[in-house]
Design a protein around this ligand. Structure first.
Ligand code: SAM
Ligand code: CA
Length: 248
């Protein structure tokens, strides 16, 4: 993995922000229309608070956009999800979207290597009255998943798993979460269009971190397309989200 220093990272993120819209929609105005017409008026007040708090954080581009949060909430309710997992929490926008959509006895196993980001959003999650649904575990997700699949009782028990962490591990995550999600349950992989770079020519002038992870995202997309254990649906929401329904 390419190691870059903090100043380089911040320069890259500033460059990324100049792209202006987080969505892959070709017009900012159209994206704004979706937000203002259908998303903001229905966004839970705690989600709004968390979104605004996160906007002040230097890594705010990592956050799930509100239209995608709305999609997650809708999906969770449609499948009557109760037992869920999230890999990659950051300040918790998708986590809070999930927690608000689950019934009061719903559960989210939330994995992230960084507790500090999670703790930034935690007071808002607590205020929303849904913190009791969350079991946050700090650490790299892969060994935590390995630990989970060691125990037979965990297999096939999750209704929904949202994967939004290090893209170079997505295939490793897939090979584990596929055992943990129940047949008929759903895994959602985030950022599967990777800023549109999945179709960029190999010599396109991409930001370093986009370039580095692009091949892993392409590899995941190709693997999911031929994986007979799941049905898939890739949506151009946010940075691209691929829904996988486990069928065997
Ligand atoms: N879902 C979040 C939201 O709605 O704001 C955004 C997640 S952000 C894109 C990716 C997160 O993955 C970061 O918080 C980072 O600390 C975490 N992460 C990166 N590598 C990880 C790993 N190996 N294991 C667990 N978490 C990891
Ligand atoms: Ca994401």
């Amino acid at each position: 993995m390419t190691i870059i220093n903090e100043e380089q990272q911040q320069n890259q993120m500033a460059g990324h922000k100049q792209l202006r819209h987080k969505s892959l929609l070709q017009s900012d105005a159209l994206y704004q229309y979706i937000l203002e017409t259908s998303v903001y008026p229905r966004e839970h007040e705690s989600l709004k608070e968390l979104r605004e708090l996160t906007e002040k954080h230097p890594w705010n581009l990592l956050a799930t956009p509100p239209d995608e949060g709305q999609l997650l909430g809708m999906l969770l309710k449609l499948i009557n999800a109760k037992n869920t997992m999230e890999i990659g929490v950051y300040t918790g926008y998708s986590l809070l979207s999930t927690a608000l959509a689950l019934p009061s006895d719903g559960k989210i196993l939330a994995l992230d290597i960084n507790r500090e980001y999670y703790e930034l959003g935690l007071p808002v999650i607590e205020k929303a009255g849904v913190a009791h649904k969350i079991d946050f575990r700090e650490g790299p997700a892969l060994p935590l998943l390995d630990q989970l699949i060691k125990e037979e009782k965990n297999k096939g028990t999750f209704d929904f798993i949202f994967v939004d962490a290090d893209k170079d591990n997505y295939l490793n995550y897939h090979n584990r979460v596929i055992e943990l999600v129940k047949v008929g349950g759903m895994i959602a992989y985030d950022n599967t269009l990777w800023n549109g770079s999945v179709v960029a020519p190999p010599d396109a002038p991409l930001l370093d971190y986009i370039k580095y992870y692009r091949d892993f995202v392409i590899e995941l997309n190709q693997a999911l397309a031929v994986d007979s254990r799941v049905e898939i649906c890739q949506l151009p929401v946010g940075d691209g989200i691929t829904l996988c329904r486990r069928i065997i």
